[in-house]
Design a protein around this ligand. Structure first.
Ligand SMILES: Cc1ncc(COP(=O)(O)O)c(C=O)c1O
Length: 379
């Protein structure tokens, strides 16, 4: 990306991210390149050879994500994957060997315990500690890789990424940050010193609840070469259509993020006045335990608000009473979703814990719907 583009505002960069040079009579964003193979006479060279290794629609999307994750930074590359989990697994399984130690968050995305079991089956030692209070610092010694999820999903704790990175690097460990919840407009892990920013693009990055996608952004070199090799051998690749849809969605990323995150704060402020709501968390609330460090390292606080209703049944009745909020998992979409997180069984949260993903509805409509549903679901 040119120096000029790095100086532009985030909205400008988002709408233009990854676009090719203007060519007369060509579209602004070329359509999906549906190709399993490419013409390849003679030697195997050039950018596009076989569709599991490279694709022009990935290249444009990878450039777009890189421009947002690491604006103005040279020597950074991005690789897209079929899903967030494909990207997460690509980093963990390409970097770790039998006998290595990895530090995971104990309160991260609920598939991490499955990852843990798989890593242990391969002879990798897994240590865990909570995100809050930078507790992962206490278990870093001898680690080969530190995995951070900040803000954590669904508890919304935040750790001091720069502090953890410095401690990990001093011990010779690499650091990956799951940037799903923040998005690159909320937080730029590479600027905070991390080696990898890894994310599910399924969430707010694409924002319409219709695409599964993942990516890894990292500095060029051995570690990213290994991630690329992993993608080739496992083959968990993004479809060209998904890559193109994601790229198209990034054009509206700043508008969506600003709207959704602003409404998340409004909703959190409305919820804090309700007597039946406990454990309210939103890093953007000035008195949230995460706020101080979040305000230092994040530029936006995300669209997810979490809180607890008194019982399992109260939470179910509340979700049922909502009219413009879908009872569905995932988060980050333009249509608000909420769910009782314990129904999955994975997270260590109370039965009445609600993870609420704020969409792009009018804030007053959303708050009115939530307050009405709280009233209607009362005992
Ligand atoms: C923080 C976080 N990381 C990774 C993932 C995995 O992403 P995907 O569902 O795209 O595989 C999720 C999915 O919810 C997530 O919330």
């Amino acid at each position: 990306m040119s120096g000029r583009a790095a100086d532009q505002g985030e909205g400008t960069r988002a709408v233009r991210a990854g676009l090719p040079e203007a060519v007369k009579n060509e579209p602004t964003l070329p359509g999906p390149a549906f190709a399993a193979h490419f013409h390849l006479p003679g030697e195997v060279d050039g950018p596009y050879t076989y569709g599991r290794d490279t694709n022009p629609s990935w290249s444009l999307l990878e450039r777009a994500i890189g421009e947002l994750e690491a604006p103005g930074q040279d020597g950074v590359e991005t690789l897209v994957f079929a899903s967030g989990m494909a990207a997460v697994s690509a980093v963990l399984f390409s970097q770790l060997r039998a006998g290595d130690t990895v530090v995971l968050p104990s309160d991260g995305y609920q598939v991490l315990p499955l990852i843990r079991a798989q890593l242990e089956a391969y002879g990798i030692e897994v240590r865990t500690a909570p995100t809050g209070g930078d507790a992962q610092l206490d278990v870093l010694d001898g680690g080969r890789l530190l995995w951070i999820e900040s803000p954590s999903n669904p508890g919304l704790d935040v750790c001091d990424i720069r502090r953890l990175v410095e401690a990990a690097h001093a011990r010779g460990a690499l650091v990956a940050v799951d940037n799903t919840l923040a998005t690159p407009l909320g937080q730029r892990p590479l600027e905070l010193g991390a080696d990898f920013s890894v994310a599910s693009g399924t969430k707010q990055l694409t924002g319409h609840g219709d695409v599964l996608l993942g990516y890894v952004t990292g500095r060029e070199g051995e570690a990213m070469d290994a991630v690329r090799r992993w993608r080739k051998i496992v083959g968990a690749i993004a479809g060209p259509m998904e890559a193109w849809l994601a790229h198209r969605s990034i054009a509206t990323l700043q508008m969506r993020v600003d709207r959704q995150n602003a409404t998340a704060l409004v909703l959190a402020e409305a919820l804090r006045k309700r007597p039946e709501v406990t454990g309210l968390r939103y890093p953007g609330l000035p008195d949230d335990p995460s706020h101080k460090i979040a305000s230092q390292q994040m530029r936006r606080y995300g669209c997810v608000v979490s809180f607890t209703l008194p019982t399992h049944t109260r939470a179910d009745r509340f979700l049922d009473a909502l009219r413009i909020v879908d009872d569905a998992t995932s988060f980050g979409g333009v249509r608000s979703t909420a769910e009782r997180r314990r129904r999955w069984g994975g997270d260590d949260v109370p039965e009445g814990f609600i993870r609420f993903s704020v969409g792009a509805e009018d804030p007053e409509d959303l708050v009115a719907d939530v307050l009405r549903a709280l009233e209607e679901s009362a005992d």
